[in-house]
Write a protein that binds this ligand. Structure first.
Ligand code: ADP
Ligand code: MG
Length: 460
């Protein structure tokens, strides 16, 4: 095999073994430079990727190379300037946009920022409680954390925009707020703006209503750093998407850092304009996952120590073991426990904790995706082959969608993984299925019952 083909084969295998976000982030622009006498050199396009590959993926790469018949003595990474794919797609648009931006410049000079007029009604900006110091790094969030660290060292120049996506309550807001707080504190940036997309939309609507759009425009387009949280809420709102598109361009062209969070990757946000999808993909997209057990324990420790409370390890481990949905719920349970004990003047201990949370079933350590798929098939009395197969009959499709939903809700698998578990190539199917069942379960009692009963069976 030619080196290029070998590397493509390696990439193909790696893509299957890690999440889509990780793959794009770390492997998208890599190439095999040379493999002379077992000394493999892989080209990467920056130091950050180099460090991550060295730290996290080198053994994996070695194994897969060997599996593909390459003799490997050493693997090393070399930084080279690999042309960014996206730059190829820019020119046409840029002409149009720079005209628009000239107009914006004029607007900027003429109008006062929105803060003087409208935005005082909104709680804008950063919450100091979210810092890097109180963010625990572990499996599930370390890539996002590393990218944020890279950004604060040189805002606007790398990973612009940074797009972080993942389920609820796993620390996205904490992390992107930490970037903002850090920059305000350490880099003397005059204008770091954090805004939730809901606020952004609301302000825009008000600006339209009170004929203050120019203020609005100017306020956001003069940011040094713009952090936009939960951008999925922009879906279906055409006018604001248009406005955001221009804001994005103005900031990006001026090398101002943009950070965006969402519950799904840009391409999977329904009714998001293609031009925004492509803008969001310009920089780096990273998915965040629910942290592992050790990280969850460390998070409980930091949250309690912030309140001057010291919990015993057995209590911490019980909570981390039993509340696995996300960190927000974990924190909720912790606060519930502390409130319960405080009101009764008790010291929190394992007996109290386990009785308080006894209704929560302990997840068996080895609950696997396959078990979920099997139990779903059994519940609906269909064959495993059918649920995994190609049939499109309704009595197969619905169980398949339910299985996807449970894989997401119980194991928090990424959408590509969910798709793979059900024998699907295209992960958008998984996204639609999970969305659909989530909505259905609120109105369709049969679906709701199926989910409850299958989920209960997983834990007996
Ligand atoms: P998301 O924006 O992803 O829905 P948040 O950032 O609001 O989640 O996180 C929910 C809660 O969990 C917050 O109180 C946050 O401080 C906490 N949290 C999440 N991840 C971590 C972490 N790695 N270290 C410390 N606290 C965390
Ligand atoms: Mg959030």
């Amino acid at each position: 095999m030619k080196s290029n083909n070998i590397w493509q084969a390696v990439l193909g295998e790696i893509e299957l073994s890690i999440s889509h976000g990780n793959f794009i982030t770390w492997f998208k622009n890599t190439q095999l430079i040379s493999d002379f006498d077992g000394e493999i050199i892989i080209g990467v396009n920056n130091i950050f990727v180099k460090q991550q590959l060295e730290k996290k993926f080198i053994d994996n790469i070695k194994d897969i190379l060997e599996k593909n018949g390459v003799q490997v003595k050493t693997v090393s990474f070399k930084i080279q300037n690999i042309a960014r794919e996206d730059t190829d797609t820019i020119p046409d648009n840029i002409i149009e946009e720079s005209v628009e931006n000239n107009q914006i410049d004029k607007i900027n000079k003429t109008y006062q920022p929105l803060t003087n007029s409208l935005s005082h009604t909104y709680r804008q900006g950063l919450n100091e409680k979210y810092t890097f110091d109180n963010f625990i790094v572990g499996d599930g969030n370390e890539l996002a954390f590393a990218a944020c660290q890279a950004i604060v060292s040189q805002p606007g120049t790398r990973y612009n925009p940074l797009f972080i996506y993942g389920g609820v309550g796993i620390g996205k807001t904490h992390l992107i707020q930490a970037v903002g707080n850090y920059l305000v504190k350490n880099n003397n940036f005059s204008k770091v703006l954090y805004i939730s997309t809901e606020q952004f939309v609301q302000e825009f609507v008000d600006a339209l209503r009170f004929r203050k759009t120019a203020d609005f425009v100017s306020h956001y387009r003069t940011a040094d750093v713009l952090i936009v949280d939960d951008v999925q809420f922009i879906a279906g709102k055409e006018k604001i998407q248009e406005e955001f598109f221009h804001t994005f361009n103005a900031l990006h062209q001026a090398n101002k850092q943009i950070i965006i969070s969402s519950d799904k990757p840009p391409k999977d946000i329904p009714t998001l304009e293609d031009r925004l999808k492509s803008r969001f993909a310009w920089g780096m997209s990273i998915d965040m996952q629910n942290p592992d057990f050790e990280t969850r324990c460390a998070i409980i420790k930091i949250k309690t120590s912030e309140q001057g409370i010291d919990l015993t390890n057995d209590v911490i481990e019980f909570l981390a073991n039993n509340i696995q949905t996300n960190i927000r719920e974990l924190e909720g349970a912790l606060n519930q426990l502390l409130a319960f004990c405080e009101m009764r003047q008790l010291e929190p201990n394992l007996a109290i904790t386990s009785s308080l949370f006894s209704s929560i079933k302990t997840r068996p350590k080895h609950l696997s995706s396959r078990q979920i798929v099997e139990k779903t098939a059994r519940y609906f009395q269909i064959q495993l082959d059918d649920i995994l197969g190609a049939k499109r009959d309704k009595d197969i499709v619905v169980p398949r969608q339910v299985a996807m939903y449970i894989l997401r809700s119980e194991l928090h698998l990424s959408f590509p993984k969910i798709a793979r578990e059900l024998g699907r190539k295209d992960h958008t199917t998984a996204i639609h299925s999970v969305d659909k069942i989530e909505k259905e379960s609120k109105i369709n009692m049969e679906i709701k019952k199926a989910i409850t009963e299958i989920t209960e069976k997983l834990y007996v």
